[in-house]
Design a protein around this ligand. Sequence first.
Ligand code: FB9
Length: 515
Amino acid sequence: MANQSGTTADLSAQILHALSHKDSIKSSSEFPTLPSTTVKSALDTLASRSMIKYETDTKEDVILEEEGEGILKDGSHEVRILHALQKEMEGLSLSELEDVIGDKKAVQLGSGKGFKNKWFSKEKSGKLVAKTTGDVEDVTRDQLRIVQQKHTYPDSKVVAELKKRKLVKTQKVISYTVYKDKEYALEIAKLQTDLTEEMLESGTWKTATFKKYNFNSLGSDQNAGALHPLNKVRHEFRQIFFEMGFEEMPTNKYVETGFWNFDALFVPQQHPARDLQDTFYISDPKVADRPYAESEEDSADYEAYWNNVKEVHQEGKYGSIGYRYPWAANESLRLVLRTHTTAISTAMLHKLASKKGPDGRPPPAKYFSIDRVFRNETVDATHLAEFHQVEGVIADYGLSLGGLMEFMRIFFTKMGIEDLRFKPAYNPYTEPSMEIFSFHKGLNKLVEIGNSGMFRPEMLEAMGLPKDMVVFGWGLSLERPTMIKYKVNNIRELLGHKVDLSFIEKNPAVRLEKA
Ligand code: FB9
């Protein structure tokens, strides 16, 4: 039996040495105390060089539990009780027995067994009285002795019984039977990993043993950069939009005026969404200039647009009665952190109004945006004060609500989301509006997967878009699908200082359409 200390290399040498004068060796007898994993890695090293080959033998050892050890030492509870009762012919009460035996549990467990074996019985007085004077065979103890010697017991029913009485436990024991193989040698020849100049000059390459290339080995972890899961899903969404012919909107402007973020979207100035507890207002500078053409090819009449928005809010216009409240210019010019990327959609649709298609009218258009929006909301496990909004806009002639619902089906199917349900909803800037739901098998519940609607004429005609141009809009977040796809329950595991970077590095890109 080889000594037990030392590294895998030493262990390998010991194995080769032990095999030198035997056809085969058993690891359980050669290295009884070594964990099977240690032995296995040494065997695998030698086997990879065809120096040895081995078989794995798995057996289930039965080991004595502490109480089993106790019975082996002092005898089974039931026998000890009998012996105690045999000394007290008029019998003992349970509490007296506990004093004698000195182990309440033993008396409880033993008395049951003793009654069953009809060794003693309980009198009316409540005392236990021995029914036999002779010595009895302590079957339990004998069984445990065999277990202790052989780490097993010929009758599995007995093992099950002893296990049920928590006197023994079973544990899987892995051991190996090792044999010499074709490259067996007492010494482990040092494997050459390089063909060096010296070896060529000295010719030692002829006799050297070269380490085989392990083409299955995984290269060392390249700590390459990794896309944040949100960006991986963002990439998926962009692919979906581009392949559906959408143009990406420029969203590199977090600060908007109330005009583009609210008023132009027909959101009344006293709408709760504009309250401080929903919107971040910029303190310095507080306000901005009125909207103006940011490029010379932008021929839109911003003055007219400004007045249209004012009128449609204040008196009503385009067949709408409006909100009939005094619309305040400075309220509209207050600067905010955009609460939705729909502010950008508004500006894009306004630019579209001054575009002329082949028929001289604004041409159909499909825009999308995916970027940060800010909401001064109560943060919880799934909400932060900012999230990424995914938004789509389709402007065309003769579109219908049914068309929007059908398009939502097509869009979400590309995300692997089927059987949509639509629930009427309300947005100040779309009528009709719908919340979109889908039954999520993984979560086993209906999940709200987005919001959508048809932009109101108060918004579109104020821009100068033709009366018969219909514009769909819909939106969802980037965080929700990412959390569901990456099985993240708390948004702080996805964003913020608590994110564990290995989660970012190690997580493979998820395919949205893959369930
Ligand atoms: O993302 C949302 N849910 C969602 C989306 C995808 C998803 O994928 C799973 C893999 C299967 C799972 C869930 N929601 C929108 C619904 C809810 O989470 C909602 O509670 C939270 N919403 C955010 C706003 O919270 C205040 C998500 C965010 C949202 C809501 C509405 C819009 C955009 C984002 C919009 C819009 C819109 C409407 C009309 C016209 C233009 C834009």
